[in-house]
Write a new protein. Structure first.
Length: 194
């Protein structure tokens, strides 16, 4: 599979973008840019958890509905969801209707709510790789799991978080800009991405 694709605008991008407009916008404006803030990172963690076993474009297309039904991913509000809310969410075709993932999002929200302000941000970012690595030339060089994502997963699980496996946490690290996996030749790689 090719690692780069050139769109009608003449820009070379990571090939996973394909020709999907929403994927292109996400790649150009979000993926790999540093993301901070407990609420923003809780949302990212929740969405990455819902993505497990699915394609990210599915989550992107459903993200507006996720934001609506999960109260903008406000941890205190989501933590207060009860059985009626779970049933409401299970009936909503606008999101991924997976009870285990819904329950995990609610229990994870309670954990975030009980943390000090900025603690989730600091915890997650404390696992950002310190050693720089070579920019991947092709997607085959991009790992699915790293020692840092494994350590972050372990730390979050020790606190009681769920759906935070090493692969899911590496995807979070990529999307939140903790690592830069734009392949060589991508315009975002050339622009310094962040």
């Amino acid at each position: 599979m090719a690692s780069l694709i050139t769109a009608a605008d003449g820009r070379a991008r990571c090939a996973w973008v394909g020709d999907d407009v929403e994927y292109r916008r996400y790649h150009d404006e979000e993926w790999g840019r540093p993301l901070h803030g407990d609420r923003a990172l809780f949302e990212k963690m929740a969405l990455e958890g819902f993505q497990a076993g699915l394609s990210w474009i599915t989550i992107l297309r459903k993200r507006p509905c996720f934001r609506e039904v999960f109260a903008g991913f406000d941890p205190a509000t989501v933590a207060a969801f009860g059985a009626d809310d779970v049933e409401r969410l299970m009936a909503d075709a606008g999101i991924i209707r997976n009870r285990a993932k819904i329950d995990a999002t609610i229990s994870n929200a309670a954990l975030v709510r009980d943390m000090a302000e900025g603690e989730l941000d600091a915890l997650i970012w404390s696992y950002a790789p310190t050693a720089s690595r070579l920019r991947p030339r092709e997607f085959a060089e991009v790992p699915a799991v790293t020692p840092e994502s494994t350590a972050l997963s372990k730390a979050l699980r020790a606190r009681g978080f769920r759906f935070v496996g090493p692969t899911t946490m590496y995807a979070l690290m990529q999307s939140a800009g903790m690592v830069d996996d734009h392949v060589e030749g991508c315009w975002r790689a050339a622009s310094g991405s962040g």
